[in-house]
Design a protein around this ligand. Sequence first.
Ligand code: PLP
Length: 386
Amino acid sequence: MFYFDHAATTPLDERVLNRMLPYFRENYGNPSSIHQFGQKAERALEDAREKVARVLHCQPAEIVFTSGGSEADNLAVRGAALARYKTSGERWILTAKTEHPAVAKTAEQLAQEYGFLLEWLDVDQHGAVKRETLRKAVCDATALTSVMYANNEIGTINPIADLAAIARANRVLFHTDAVQAAAYLDLDVTKLNVDLLSLGAHKFYGPKGVGALYVRAGVNLVPHQTGGGQENGQRAGTHNVPYIVGLAEALSLAFEERESRNAHVQPLRDQLIGSILEAIPEVQLTGHPTERLPNHASFVFKDVDGNLLLQLLDSAGFACSSGSACKTGNPEPSEALTALGYSRDWALGSLRITLGKDSAAEQVDSFLKTLPALVEKARSLNSKFI
Ligand SMILES: *Cc1c(COP(=O)(O)O)cnc(C)c1O
């Protein structure tokens, strides 16, 4: 079985696991405790915070650990919107039509339950938010703009530094969901110029269930998890020390090995895209042709049931996805593909192939030999039911 679904999750790096293990075993202290068990755990926690801060080029105190990418997104969007409303009465939230549900549903909840006003930013045909679109939408009453760094379904990279500059010029907070981008792109928040940035460890060979949020010094958040004073009162709850240690180690490795990992996956991705567009009729690449994650190839096939194609691929030994993992089993076309303007007969036939640092050329060759016949089979089965 070959794993081509690294956008859904990645395997835990052995080196990361080895860093984590002592904090499950002998170093089990609570970082909030005074005694030596606690001190040891606290040291590990603060080392982890420093490691993350080094990759992000920020202060350690600007990092809040969370239970994952979704929680980081929730805390950023809800926490910042509520804080801004309280201090300056701003009620507009701007976010893109292609956002991950962790951002989109949080923004919708703010509109439905808290009286915020929501504007969905249009994307271009490649799924990117244009500078002009944000420039027109942003105004004095905007509390927060949230635009993802790179899209999980179609791989498109947004021009975050430019978009953040537009927001900041209007004194509007800017959040970016960097969960999918973190494994491959520069996370220097001084260059990106963002106020808030979300990470989730399991997308870069760390453990599931742990994430981090960068919160620029001076940006206030209303916490959504209240209790003890952990994380500067921004996120209560006893720290998950082994997982936080794992996140920091995985992020450091991703940073150190970024160039070699990218150089490994990108030619394989290009081979996938080139061969599939050439060998299979009625196929389109989704997302941006060049401004896309180096491990990410995504397509739509006309008149193909995407979930059926995934099952055929699975039986043939290839683990792929049709979009975001949360969409599997859902017969509606994804919102991202709908936002790009694909009609149903195209959008239902989506396929996402996301490579990883251990994907091998032979795996890609074998995939490319198998795929055309399976698409043909899915098409012929599809036509029988129409
Ligand atoms: C995976 C993902 C999330 C959610 O992160 P979890 O750690 O799984 O909660 C959010 N945004 C994007 C873009 C993602 O790819």
